[in-house]
Design a protein around this ligand. Structure first.
Ligand code: ZN
Ligand code: ZN
Ligand code: ZN
Length: 228
């Protein structure tokens, strides 16, 4: 199948190291798992050189112009590989620029998915998750304390919806370094206390005079997005 997005392959994660990888079929339909970083040809032994053609098929490349870059299977450059490839190649790929380019490739592969992330979900969207406040099951309306159905979802359910979507979104990883593509909502970030100002969980950040701020402190956003 030829498509504009064929060269993005099937994005997944290496089961050994957790890095983002792209899977492409070869001519026999077997999946070839390629690293998301391109490598300078002169650092790659001929038998490890690959390219992806316009139909999204992975092809062994063999000899090519040494000024070019090539694709490589992930396994020889995986940090947890049982059969590591040449050291100069691995050293090169673990430098800042190839890692940054790798992240760009993953971001390109995820762009369509990111576009589909509607920042303003409808109440029906929100109802696809369980309500942590009234315990309404997915697809059921929230209920008030007397058991009467509510038109509006509880705000805790809206927060749970954003959180579930954020958690489910793939986290790109290249050479062990992760990058969040989906920014958490202001509301989500407020579910943790701010490390900079005295704001507790659920409350807005405050400025130097103790007045509430519209935006969360950067430190709070960082604390929310850091992976532990
Ligand atoms: Zn790996
Ligand atoms: Zn509810
Ligand atoms: Zn704060």
């Amino acid at each position: 199948m030829s498509s504009k997005y064929a060269d993005l392959g099937r994005l997944g994660h290496c089961w050994r190291c957790g890095d983002s990888v792209q899977g492409y079929p070869d001519h026999d339909g077997q999946e070839v798992v390629l690293d998301v970083r391109e490598a300078p040809t002169h650092l790659v032994p001929e038998e490890l050189r690959w390219r992806v053609n316009g139909n999204g098929i992975a092809l062994p490349l063999g000899w090519t112009d040494p000024t070019d870059t090539v694709r490589i299977r992930h396994e020889p450059v995986c940090t947890a590989s049982p059969r590591p490839g040449p050291e100069p190649l691995r050293n090169h790929l673990n430098r800042a620029r190839p890692i940054a380019r790798g992240h760009e490739n993953v971001a390109a592969a995820l762009t369509e998915q990111l576009r589909g992330q509607n920042r303003n979900p409808t109440s029906d969207d929100v109802r696809t998750v369980l309500c942590p406040r009234c315990e309404a099951d997915p697809d059921f309306q929230c209920v008030d304390t007397s058991g009467t159905p509510r038109q509006a979802n509880h705000k805790e359910r809206v927060a749970a919806f954003h959180q579930a979507r954020y958690d489910a979104f793939p986290v790109p990883q290249v050479a062990g370094q992760t990058a969040r593509l989906l920014r958490p909502s202001r509301h989500q970030v407020r579910t943790i206390p701010c490390p900079r100002c005295p704001a507790p969980s659920g409350q807005p950040c405050t400025d130097d005079k103790g007045q509430p701020r519209t935006a969360n402190h950067m430190e709070r956003v960082d604390a929310y997005t850091s992976d532990i």
